[in-house]
Ligand binder design. Structure first.
Ligand SMILES: Nc1nc2c(ncn2[C@@H]2O[C@H](COP(=O)(O)OP(=O)(O)OP(=O)(O)O)[C@@H](O)[C@H]2O)c(=O)[nH]1
Ligand SMILES: [Mg+2]
Length: 421
């Protein structure tokens, strides 16, 4: 039998909170995109105003009955809610409407399961899915078994999941162990980067902001980009072309509003790359009317990763899609008086400025030195030429007299000299 993918999406605008109706509408549009990315066919959408969530049904009972009738008329079998629901809420809504219930977390997890390509990515998604199911198993019974095939079931095998939570916990433990082993390898790669004196910047920002496209433009690389959310799941590293010193950029998984906490938890090991980076390039899509919210969400995620106080460049991308008034407005309301660069990763505008800013950034964290390096240690000079900013070089009888700035991580190069004093 052909699977019925027809779905209705329902958002709830909590009127008692500061949220505007526009933001709720925007969030619903985003949910629709998520649903479509996950392979659903959205046939109707609805946004309900409520002072607060109903503990049993989240939405209003009347509204849900209405949706149930609409679903019958439109032959839809799935209801997607723009919320994160508890197991019992899922069961209650499912029993009331007779529909298959999916929430934001399930949708995002499903897209992640579709997109994960590396072993590490797959493990992280599976752990997040299992954790999600374990928490919902309480009182979820019917709702979960109703899920059948399709959304929310990609990934771990269903039969195991229905057995019991202990089984899930055992599986999570095994997966976490394997993830930890892979994490060790990642740590080695990171240590190698430090050893090879490579400065690393993490590209972060809302999903679909153009992070991967930007890396491709700066590094002449060929990372996967797509006009859909969560194109990138795995952190990939590329080297900037023609920079003064070697600088690496790391692509990261995009942020999104109401990101399920299980995912943040599960993706901790890849997001760690952000915590270890020397600097942050935060990308915002200014063609998005809600770009201010995008920035706030990115800010909160950076705080959670303890990366909010790292040197940062704010990149406003997709200027080819907006009027100059918007750019002016952003410049005037620069809250953090942070470095702002306006670019189009697509047509290349602003990229020279951005490259220059990225080149300058590590300098602020560098230590200045003025040393005379004896000729028999000239290997040090050539090593410095690779990674340091050289301000001045003179050849004297004692050796090469050189003024330079160097990153703390590279001090090892001049250690043999310092030990002589
Ligand atoms: N018009 C325009 N489109 C752009 C620009 N930069 C990126 N895009 C498009 O925006 C879409 C998303 O780009 P990606 O680079 O995949 O975005 P991302 O931030 O890596 O997204 P995720 O990996 O999904 O988080 C793609 O269709 C790009 O072609 C730009 O400067 N102008
Ligand atoms: Mg990407």
């Amino acid at each position: 039998m052909q699977e019925n993918n027809r779905a209705i999406v329902l958002g709830i605008h909590l009127t008692s909170e500061e949220n505007s109706r526009e933001t709720a509408e925007y969030s619903l549009t985003e949910l629709k995109e998520l649903a479509e990315t996950a392979g659903l066919d959205v046939v109707a959408e609805s946004l309900q105003n409520r002072p607060k969530l109903d503990p049993t049904y989240a939405a209003g009972k009347g509204k849900l009955n209405e949706i149930s009738e609409l679903a019958e008329a439109l032959e839809a079998e799935t209801l997607v809610l723009d919320l994160n629901l508890s197991g019992s809420q899922m069961r209650n809504i499912s029993e009331l409407t007779g529909l298959k219930i999916i929430d934001r977390t399930l949708l995002i997890l499903d897209i992640f399961a579709l997109r994960a390509t590396t072993m590490e990515g797959r493990l992280q998604v599976e752990i997040a899915q299992l954790n999600d199911r374990a928490t919902r198993l309480i009182g979820a019974g019917l709702a979960l078994s109703r899920l059948g095939g399709g959304i929310g079931t990609r990934g771990p095998g269903e039969t195991q999941l229905e057995t019991d939570r202990r089984h899930i916990q055992r599986r999570i433990k095994t997966l976490k162990y394997r993830l930890k082993e892979l994490g060790k390898r990642r740590q080695l790669t990171r240590e190698n980067r430090v050893k090879n004196q490579l400065i690393t910047g993490a590209i972060v920002g809302y999903t679909n902001a153009g992070k991967s496209t930007l890396i491709n433009a700066l590094c002449e690389s060929d990372l996967f980009t797509l006009d859909q959310v969560f194109a990138t799941l795995d952190p990939t590293t590329r080297r900037i072309k023609n920079s003064d010193i070697p600088i690496l950029l790391i692509d990261t998984v995009g942020f999104i509003r109401k990101l399920p906490h299980q995912l943040i938890e599960a993706f901790k090991s890849t997001l760690e790359e952000v915590s270890y980076a020397d600097f942050i390039v935060q990308v915002t899509d200014i063609s998005d009317p809600e770009f201010g919210t995008q920035m706030d969400i990115a800010e909160r995620q950076l705080e959670a990763l303890a990366a909010d106080s790292k040197p940062r460049i704010h990149v406003f991308n997709k200027i080819d899609l907006v009027d100059w008034q918007i750019i002016d407005q952003i410049k005037q309301t620069n809250r953090h008086s942070a470095k702002q660069i306006f670019v189009s990763a697509r047509d290349g505008r602003g990229l020279t400025d951005l490259k220059q800013a990225i080149n300058e950034l590590p300098k602020s964290q560098m230590l200045p030195f003025h040393l005379t390096i004896p000729f028999d240690q000239s290997k040090i000079v050539s090593e410095l030429r690779n990674v340091a900013y050289i301000d001045n070089v003179e050849y004297t009888e004692q050796g090469t007299e050189i003024s330079f700035r160097i990153h703390q991580g590279h001090l090892g190069i001049i250690k043999p000299l310092l030990q002589q004093f």
